[in-house]
Design a protein around this ligand. Structure first.
Ligand SMILES: [Zn+2]
Ligand SMILES: [Zn+2]
Length: 204
């Protein structure tokens, strides 16, 4: 009787060790990789002299190359390729910027779509919009003016407004209200509204 109980206990101990080993060697590394992935989204809009730009065009979309599934993919912000991977648009949606690196700046995103954002100028593919005595370049995050335009690192679900011109504070507020609320859908922090198709993301 005593021996039988001992055998059962030994068997249980062996099973427990196998389960722990499985957890340690197989289950854990997957979790670690997942936790390290950085993937946030921000709604944005650009107004130039009161005109909203349309970024829902193929020319603005990401042509990024992704790492192999399950393989850890490090983004190096010191390379042009790394910067392109860190902040971009997907799926012909010109309202939501995808960020894949915690240090990716808003200026980096504009660089990736062929624009250039500095503290005094926004340069598009066609024109340069710089501060004058009357017309000013301003950036707002969630309705608050960003002072350090060049170094601003957007946070998940930010609403970003880049505006150039001589608009009043109330006009800026009206522009701000035109920013979409789609980042939370992509970040899976709000329900998918009916009629909205959430595309599977190539680099998740
Ligand atoms: Zn995304
Ligand atoms: Zn992406």
């Amino acid at each position: 009787m005593f021996r039988a109980a001992k055998r059962v206990l030994t068997a249980l101990a062996v099973i427990a060790i196998i389960l722990l080993a499985y957890q340690f060697f197989f289950a854990r590394p997957v979790e670690i990789t997942k936790g390290e992935e950085y993937h946030t989204h921000a709604d944005f809009a650009v107004f130039l002299n009161g005109q909203k730009l349309n970024f829902s065009k193929k020319e603005f979309m990401s042509k990024e190359t992704c790492g192999k599934p399950g393989e850890e993919h490090k983004i190096d912000l010191n390379t042009e390729e790394g910067m392109a991977e860190a902040a971009h648009l997907h799926d012909l949606n010109g309202n939501v910027v995808h960020f894949h690196h915690e240090n990716a700046t808003l200026a980096m995103f504009f660089g990736n779509i062929g624009f250039s954002l500095s503290k005094d100028c926004l340069e598009t593919k066609e024109n340069k919009y710089c501060n004058t005595d009357f017309k000013k370049l301003k950036v707002f995050a969630n309705g608050l003016q960003v002072i350090n335009i060049e170094n601003y690192v957007p946070k998940d679900l930010d609403k970003l407004l880049v505006t150039y011109g001589e608009e009043s504070a109330s006009e800026v507020r009206a522009q701000n209200e035109q920013i979409t609320s789609q980042a939370c859908i992509y970040s899976k922090k709000c329900p998918i509204p009916s009629g909205f198709v959430l595309p599977p993301e190539a680099c998740t």
